[in-house]
Design a protein around this ligand. Structure first.
Ligand code: KIV
Length: 264
């Protein structure tokens, strides 16, 4: 199998649909990669799914680097994209370059993701010109919830929709290889997809995008927080784990485990 790269993802536009997932640890990354997923995102959603925070804001650069290198060790074919955490790229272009470089050099990621529209175009240009592929992310951008006031569908009003269309164009011109569209009306997802040269990867942006991404914990039924409308749960792994833990406890308490079979 040929390895997925940022340029291969970019040139898949109009040829194949991209089924992308998040992963935060070695074992899950291996399974996701073996399933043939082309892009594995080490999302800052790990702040919530793995570390138990209420938002993505507290996760640190050190924590993101630690999880990204574990994912890289589990992946053979997919492109691993590291999400740059809150305040690791907003302060200055110089600091963002340094931090993004650590994801590539130290953690072994193939690209980074940053949130935001036209405002981020100069940063995207600087990263790309220095050899760091960038995945854009517009629509609902969870790192801005303190300013936007919560997890709301974006682009319902026509001026908002126009701004998002313009953001997508600016980011494409700046050099992103693909663009995450989060939580927007399906019609707008389709319109942005049709308007630009790079693949769009939707999460709550309807079926008209070039690809989709889900948080793996949501797909597996492993996360006990709020589940958004756009999630489809493909398995009930949380329930299976809870049953296994309970049965184990019961068997140890009853003396049913271990038996001769598990003894030397
Ligand atoms: O952090 C994350 O998992 C993400 C995806 C939801 C796109 O940004």
């Amino acid at each position: 199998m040929t390895r997925w790269t940022a340029s291969r993802i970019r040139s898949s536009k109009g040829k194949s649909r991209l089924a992308c997932l998040t992963a935060y640890d070695y074992a899950t990354a291996r399974l996701v990669d073996e399933a043939g997923v082309p892009l594995v995102l080490v999302g800052d959603s790990l702040a919530m799914t793995m570390l138990g925070y209420e938002t993505t804001l507290p996760v640190t650069l050190a924590e993101m680097l630690h999880h990204t290198s574990a994912v890289v060790r589990g992946v053979s074919n997919a492109l691993v994209v590291a999400d740059m955490p809150f305040m690791s790229y907003q302060v200055s272009i110089e600091q963002a370059l340094e931090n993004a470089g650590r994801f590539i050099k130290e953690a072994g990621a193939g690209a980074v993701k940053i949130e935001g529209g036209a405002l981020r175009a100069p940063l995207v240009r600087a990263l790309v010109q220095n050899g760091i592929p960038v995945l854009g992310h517009i629509g609902l951008t969870p790192q801005s919830i303190r300013e936007t006031g919560g997890y709301k569908v974006q682009g319902r009003r026509s001026e908002e929709a126009e701004r998002l269309l313009a953001d997508a164009g600016e980011l494409a011109r700046a050099g992103i290889f693909a663009l995450v569209l989060e939580c927007m009306p399906a019609g707008l997802g389709t319109e942005i997809t049709a308007s630009g040269p790079v693949p769009t990867i939707g999460i709550g942006a309807g079926p008209g995008c070039d690809g989709q991404i889900l948080v793996t914990h949501d797909l597996l039924g492993l996360y006990s927080g709020v589940t958004p409308k756009f999630v489809k749960q493909y398995a009930a792994v949380g329930e299976t784990m809870a049953r296994a833990f309970e049965t184990y406890r019961q068997e140890v308490e009853d003396g049913a485990f271990p038996t001769e079979e598990q003894s030397y």
